[in-house]
Design a protein around this ligand. Structure first.
Ligand code: NAP
Length: 259
């Protein structure tokens, strides 16, 4: 399917690896020029160069922490008027409800709620003036079905989801869509780190931890960054202009719900 995105510019946050890289890759395949971001310069520059070489698009890498004011300013300076914004950042650490203090919540809210909100606020006026824009936020299946050990993530992402629900409906009339993609378990470094935590907590091997988690997914496997990126590129495409304010699960059926 021709996505109608050739020559557009996208900011893809947290995109040297994992789901962010999956989104950047699918957009590059569709001819989108990219501003890519991550904290560690080496892997980021390698990923940006590889996508430029493979797909003939322009890529700019901005190594910074997207959860800081300075980081967001550098990314926006590299691309003040993006057509597409994909919001992403690392997820908060696991723990127990009784462990978390105010500072832990502030960090999670900064990373997974207030950072995407700040970036949306910065790019929305330009998108609305130009009459076209696409924003996709990477959140989590925990928005629909809480994951007890990820209470910081459950809380911050619920806040972002509420903001998107209202804001998306205020900007849709200007040709701008905002939607959220909710990953279930995907085979990325984040999944490996969560498997490692489960393996050490339960005294089992990594393979056993992964096999146990696969049993909770009707598809019987983890998702891939490629599948995730393809869904993101479709949401950014010309065909998706009537999809507004949705929370789309990509979880292999993991969340057991009718709606
Ligand atoms: P990942 O494989 O660990 O990749 C994270 C990417 O984000 C890396 O490129 C990392 O590079 C970058 N990054 C992390 N923190 C950053 C920051 N503060 N500023 C800029 N870049 C940053 O993670 P993932 O699995 O793709 O997960 C992406 C998001 O989806 C996370 O919020 C995660 O919680 C959520 N999620 C993932 C899953 C899953 O199963 N994978 C499920 C549900 C939700 P640097 O380290 O160099 O910065």
């Amino acid at each position: 399917m021709e996505l109608g995105l050739n020559g557009k510019w996208a900011i893809v946050c947290a995109s040297s690896k994992g789901l962010g890289l999956g989104c950047a890759t699918a957009l590059a395949e569709a001819g989108v020029n990219l501003v890519m971001n991550a904290r560690t310069a080496g892997p980021l520059e390698a990923a940006a160069t590889a996508l430029a070489d493979a797909h003939g698009v322009k890529t700019v890498s901005v190594a910074c922490d997207i959860t800081t004011d300075e980081g967001r300013a550098s990314v926006l300076a590299a691309c003040p008027n993006p057509d597409i914004l994909v919001n992403n950042a690392g997820g908060p650490p696991p723990g127990m409800w009784s462990d978390w203090e105010r500072e832990d919540f502030i960090k999670a809210l900064d990373a997974n709620m207030l950072t995407p909100i700040a970036l949306m606020k910065a790019v929305l006026p330009g998108m609305m003036d130009r009459g076209w824009g696409r924003i996709v936020n990477i959140t989590s299946q925990s928005v629909k079905s809480p994951i007890a050990v990820l209470g910081l993530s459950n809380s911050a992402r619920a806040g972002l989801t509420g903001y998107v629900a209202g804001t998306s409906r205020q900007v849709a009339g200007s040709g701008v869509t905002i939607n959220n993609l909710l990953p279930g378990i995907h085979a990325t470094d984040r999944a490996i780190s969560l498997d490692t935590g489960v393996a050490s907590a339960q005294g089992i091997t990594m393979d056993q931890a992964k096999a146990d988690r696969c049993k909770s997914i009707p598809a019987g496997r983890y998702g891939t960054a490629g599948e995730f990126g393809a869904a993101c590129a479709f949401l950014c495409s010309q065909h998706a202009g009537f999809i507004v304010g949705q929370n789309i699960l990509l979880d292999g059926g993991g969340v057991n719900a009718t709606l």
